[in-house]
Design a protein around this ligand. Structure first.
Ligand code: PEP
Ligand code: MG
Length: 551
């Protein structure tokens, strides 16, 4: 038996074979070949496989994201067989007597450069499509697995670390749990694991080794313990915990349909955090009363080019409609820092968490912002959509955001497109600056939602991505809790509601403090809804104290 200790970042016990994540950053090396016919046959096979994959993706998109997204993949499939492109590949193959992957890479580079040099912005953007298709054919030639997992059975996925975009591409039906060498509990990958309800452990360091592949791992996402091929005693303790987990699940079922009200009648809205339209099923299954944070940037992270207005509209509309009139707070694009999107072509920054991220990008790129706002307002006709802006520090930013909303509403009016004129506008309180000017900000908007992940990072000057800050990264720090109280007082003075959508919202040990502060809403991962409801229903709001703000 081998025991490893990491940091539990998504609760739950699970077991399964260890599988190491395969990255698809295949490097192409030029080889001289003598049998050109064999190379051409390999190429034909890879093209056929690419077309099959792209058509499957198109079908999936048609169901999940609508016609426009599906057409993109169908166009990619057609490009695989494009006459000029294939001729260029063949020319290189024959003139250089080289391997197929090198010929494909050469042709892809030539075509991408040709499109990138065009005057028309639309045609220039096609260079990214060509790179995508070329990468796919090369991966198929090299046998690199799409989605990182080539296993018939579900696995415990191991990796050095996973970027949010990599996590999003994974086939979730094949993942029992995650364990990574690096990472931190506040990284977006950990947040995604919690949203998906998959146990996860990070920070295992060098003790997690590739030669462990195939061994059976038992992982506990609460304690951060991993046991490989456990002995009888360890196995019994894992199994006991698993049994308890199942019993708890049954017990929690009894919470469905019940109100989120304390024993003395104080209501708390319990909403969910999601990252994609597919997560709505987990919200409904766990009886979430609304969506307090839809991280819309994950739509951008999944894509290989800017998602169009129509693609976004379909995604937001699907969520709004599925929630049947319950509030759906959609946060506008929050990329930058650990959420990097290649096609945004952002400058490299020394301190990306303090750089051009989130609302700063939208205010700098009005066209990107306008496209998203149009999609959001159009979706508001299909449910109770609220729009929320991230990383706000100043009143002028909020006013600019509101001006952008008004412009979009005027456009939709002119075009006769329906939308809800009373769509709520809110902001995230996740910078100390926003706390200090919360009184002025509260006059501008309909609600606040506190992003405690970033608020902790910026208040305590602790990088949320770092996994070695240990006790210095302390979301229970009185400075963070006092910031919550200041923002809440400012919100209530102006008669608006305030919630928490950062990970702290699910921390049951702080529920009394949140009640004492006066928080109105907690937005948590879907699997945290029922345990939170159970705790709210046992609490007494009027005896809750602010003592944790003192020390
Ligand atoms: C936060 O900062 O707490 C938050 C909810 O936003 P994100 O984690 O996506 O930065
Ligand atoms: Mg944040």
């Amino acid at each position: 038996m081998i025991l490893l200790q990491g940091k539990g970042v998504s609760k739950g016990v699970t077991s399964g074979p260890v599988y190491f994540f395969r990255r698809s950053d295949a490097t192409v090396v030029k080889r001289d070949v003598t049998d050109l016919e064999a190379e051409k046959a390999r190429l034909a096979e890879a093209q056929e496989k690419s077309i099959e994959q792209l058509n499957r993706l198109a079908d999936k998109c048609r169901e999940d994201a609508g016609e426009e997204a599906a057409i993109l993949f169908e166009t990619h499939a057609m490009f695989v067989e494009d006459e000029d492109y294939v001729e260029c590949v063949m020319d290189t193959l024959e003139s250089e007597s080289c391997n197929a992957e090198f010929a494909v890479q050469t042709a892809g580079e030539q075509f991408a450069a040709m499109f990138a040099a065009m005057d028309d912005a639309y045609m220039r953007a096609r260079a990214a499509d060509i790179k995508d298709v070329t990468g796919r054919i090369i991966n198929n030639l090299l046998g690199v697995v799409e989605g990182g997992i080539d296993s018939d059975v579900p696995v415990v996925l191991a990796a050095d670390d996973l970027a949010p975009s990599e996590t999003l591409q994974l086939d979730k039906s094949k993942i029992l749990g995650f364990m990574t060498q690096g990472g931190s509990g506040n990284s977006h990958t950990a947040i995604l694991a919690r949203t998906m309800g998959i146990p996860a452990i990070c920070g295992l360091g060098d003790s997690l080794r590739p030669e462990m592949e195939g061994r059976i791992a038992y992982i506990d996402g609460e304690t951060g313990k991993v046991a490989l091929d456990p002995d009888e005693i360890t196995l019994a303790s894992f199994q006991a915990k698993l049994k308890k987990q199942q019993e708890m699940k049954v017990l929690m079922e009894t919470m469905k349909g019940k109100e989120d009200v304390t024993l003395d009648g104080r209501e708390m809205m319990v909403y969910c955090n999601i990252g994609s339209p597919e997560d709505v099923s987990a919200v409904l299954a766990n009886d979430g009363q609304g969506i307090g944070l839809f991280r819309s940037e994950f739509l951008y992270l999944k894509a290989s080019d800017y998602p169009t207005e129509e693609e976004q509209f379909q995604a937001y509309k699907a969520v709004a409609a599925a929630m049947e009139g319950k509030r759906v707070v959609i946060r506008t694009l929050d990329i930058g820092a650990d959420k990097q999107v290649a096609y945004f072509d952002m400058k490299k920054e020394e301190n990306p968490a303090l750089g051009v991220r989130a609302i700063r990008i939208c205010l700098n790129r009005p066209e990107v912002f306008r496209t998203q706002l149009r999609a959001l307002y159009r979706a508001s006709a299909y449910g109770k959509v609220a729009v929320m802006f991230p990383m706000i520090t100043s009143v002028w930013e909020v006013r600019e955001c509101k001006r952008a909303c008004q412009k979009v509403m005027a456009e939709l009016d002119k075009e006769g497109i329906p939308y809800n004129k009373d769509t709520e506008i809110g902001i995230m309180i996740e910078t100390p600056a926003s706390v200090f000017v919360a009184d002025a900000l509260a006059k501008e908007v309909d609600f606040f939602s506190v992003g405690t992940n970033d608020l902790t990072q910026y208040t305590l000057a602790c990088d949320r991505q770092a996994n070695d800050l240990g006790k210095f990264f302390d979301p229970h720090h009185p400075a963070v809790l006092r910031a919550l109280k200041m923002a809440t007082d400012a919100a209530h003075k102006e008669g608006i509601w305030i919630g928490i959508c950062g990970e702290l919202g699910a921390d049951l040990s702080l529920l009394d403090t949140f009640l004492a502060i006066g928080i109105d809403e907690l937005s948590v991962s879907p699997s945290s809804v029922l345990p939170l409801r159970a705790r709210i229903r046992q609490s007494i709001a009027k005896t809750a104290t602010l003592e944790k703000l003192e020390s």
